[in-house]
Design a protein around this ligand. Structure first.
Ligand SMILES: O=C(O)COP(=O)(O)O
Ligand SMILES: [Mg+2]
Length: 227
């Protein structure tokens, strides 16, 4: 039996230019165990990915702020403090940085994400003034202002339990700071070679290859190992 998977999306299932790698559509539709997409992206993104792969919509979004399994949505983080911090940041001239429309935050329920173009110094200053109520996670794709109580790893506990599993049953793959908590609870954890220092330190293994080259290679290995 192949193992259940907890898969980060950006940097792990993508190309270096941020597109979903086409091998995702070859390797994941028939993966014969639960697959949890665990991402910093807002809820609709992993739902859409699972949907178009023909898989169960079992997802962790917003770095663990939202979990969806078996038709049930759980919002696991309170957006009040993150929103207040970002309002204070804007009042002092900061910009969230996604332009008009802001589809990045439109469906976000537990946290706020800012563009990497945002003024990081000001953001960290305003966050420090909130006195531990919020933290910033830099995924390499965005700054996320979130409750410190929220994490992908904590959400994986809940999702695994709904599936009749425990996090230790999962193999986790990821590339950044927001994956360290998943790595801490998964049975086996792998950072892709493009991963940041947090993810590399937290992973059991750092893969030699980057992005989906690494993930695809690992999935092949896991499949062979299970035969
Ligand atoms: O949304 C982000 O900042 C990163 O998303 P990821 O967790 O899928 O890498
Ligand atoms: Mg990532």
């Amino acid at each position: 039996m192949v193992p259940p998977l907890a898969l980060d999306i950006d940097g792990t299932l993508t190309t270096a230019s941020g597109r979903i790698d086409s091998r995702v559509f070859e390797l994941l539709p028939d993966w014969d165990a639960p697959v949890v997409f665990a991402t910093g992206k807002a809820f609709p993104y992993p739902v859409a990915l699972a949907h178009f792969l023909g898989r169960a919509e079992t997802v962790i979004a917003e770095n663990g702020g939202v979990a969806y399994v078996d038709g049930k949505t759980s919002v696991l983080g309170d957006p009040a403090a993150p929103r207040a911090v970002v309002e204070a940041f804007e009042a002092r001239g900061g910009e969230v940085g996604w332009g008009d429309g802001d589809t990045v935050n439109r469906w976000r329920e537990s946290e706020v994400a800012l563009s990497l173009d945002a003024d990081e110094t000001l953001l960290r200053e305003v966050t420090a003034e909130a006195g531990g109520e919020v933290e910033i996670v830099d995924t390499g794709y965005a700054y996320h202002v979130k409750s410190p109580d929220v994490s992908k790893g904590r959400a994986l506990r809940r999702v695994a339990s709904a599936l009749g599993l425990v996090p230790a049953d999962f193999v986790a793959v990821g590339d950044s700071e927001n994956d360290a908590s998943t790595f801490a609870v998964a049975g086996e954890s792998y950072a892709v070679a493009n991963a940041d220092a947090f993810a590399r330190d937290a992973a059991d293994t750092v893969l030699d290859e980057s992005y989906m080259d690494a993930t695809a290679g690992l999935l092949e290995t896991l499949r062979e190992r299970s035969e």
